[in-house]
Write a protein that binds this ligand. Structure first.
Ligand code: FAD
Length: 359
């Protein structure tokens, strides 16, 4: 197999026998060829088209699905990492922005951002730039295109001057939260909830911009609470729970809330540190977008399903909000949305699936 012609540029790096695996280690594939272009993604797309091959781009592999998998051509975007190409990782971007006293205005647990312009290599190899002003229909389609519309090789993001956030985490009862739902959802610039399933407890996380000095937890305490107990002991508990998931998962959740989440926590720090949090171990994810005004009803019903005992999900059931947008495939197209994300430790999920389908 010859390297794609690159009009006098150095040949595109390509490898055979690469095994791709996503972050959660729940999906993998072996593409026939794995390319790592640093500029000329269009020559690979043209070669794939001429040979009737599918081309899939891959970023950090964080998608919990097998969306990026292919047996044909996979295009790694790690080398498209100049400020700001389509393959740049957000943690590198945060560092770069911090050096220039800038920040993104909002982030998910691991990231969400305001895209203002995209450059794509389309399936015929054409290179097209789109934004709200230039090719607006393509822009609205491409912002959420799951890799199906072309390879994004350049992204322009809206930034703002760097800022600090002050975040508080408080343990509430779910009954209290549902009783004061609307006020609480609008009580800070950024709000999210982490619900402990099998209990009536929920962590209410709220953050506002601040000019206070950074405050973190002491490293030793933080290691004990977040790493030793909050991660390793918790994972060990869930690992053992796979043998009796229905019985043990609820007890482990009650232990976690009683030991680790009783005291309120205050953190002040650079926005990207405060927005992001450690999503712990390999897990299966099931996230639903419901109309924001119907979220309490959805939570009540989910509570009933979990209470029936056949659904050993664990902390956190993450409840978050996004404002409406006009992106074609976005779940928030035309209406405000509440995302309810349910996770299950990978090994518990696999044990459950086996027992469901056995006999
Ligand atoms: C622990 C964890 C926490 C998460 N938390 C959040 C969160 O809080 N908020 C949120 O919104 N999401 C969250 N996600 C989901 C994650 O942000 C998305 O799955 C996102 O797509 C991951 O980006 P990636 O670069 O790893 O994409 P990949 O998994 O590499 O690819 C996903 C899709 O994007 C396509 N793609 C990748 N790069 C390109 C490119 N350059 N051009 C065209 N298509 C491309 C791929 O073909 C594939 O279809 C989380 C995921 C994990 C594992």
């Amino acid at each position: 197999m010859s390297s794609p012609k690159t009009n006098g540029m150095p040949p595109v790096k390509q490898r055979q026998g690469v095994r791709f695996q996503n972050w959660a280690k729940t999906h993998s594939c072996r593409p026939a060829l794995f390319f790592e272009p640093d500029t000329e993604a269009q020559v690979i797309v043209k070669q794939a088209r001429a040979q009737g091959k599918t081309c899939r781009a891959i970023g950090a592999g964080h998608s919990p699905s097998d969306l990026a998998c292919t047996n044909d051509y996979m295009i790694g975007t790690d080398r498209l990492d100049r400020v700001i190409s389509g393959g740049m990782r957000l943690h590198d971007l945060h560092e770069y922005l911090a050096q220039h006293q800038l920040a993104l205005s909002n982030l998910g647990s691991i990231s969400d951002q305001s895209v203002t312009e995209l450059t794509l290599v389309l399936a015929d190899g054409a290179v097209v730039t789109c934004s709200a002003e230039e090719q607006p229909r393509l822009f609205r389609a491409a912002q959420c295109s799951l890799g199906c519309l072309g390879i994004i090789v350049r992204v322009t993001l809206q930034c703002e001057p760097a800022f600090l956030l002050r975040a508080t985490e408080e343990l509430w009862s779910m009954a209290d939260l549902l009783g004061r739902w609307s006020d609480t959802v609008h009580s800070a610039e950024h709000v999210r909830f982490w619900w402990f399933p099998h209990t009536d407890n929920v962590v209410v996380w709220r953050a506002n911009r601040t000019t206070e000095h950074a405050v973190g937890r002491t490293p030793a305490l933080s290691w004990l609470r977040d790493r030793l107990f909050g991660y390793h002991m918790y994972e060990l508990g869930l690992y053992l729970a796979r043998f009796m998931p229905r019985l043990l998962t609820a007890s482990i959740e009650r232990w976690k809330v009683a030991w680790l989440h009783q005291d309120p926590i205050v953190t002040v720090g650079p926005s990207h540190d405060v927005f992001n949090f450690d999503c712990l171990f390999s897990q299966r994810v099931n996230e639903w977008a419901v109309p924001a005004d119907r979220a309490p009803e959805a939570i009540r019903q989910l509570r009933q399903i979990i209470a029936q005992g056949s659904f050993p999900v664990h902390f956190p059931i993450e409840i978050r909000f996004t404002a409406k947008d006009d992106i074609w495939l976005s779940p928030a197209q035309g209406h405000d949305v509440c995302y309810i994300g349910i996770i299950m430790y990978r090994w518990v999920m696999e044990a459950m699936s086996r027992s469901c389908f056995a006999g």
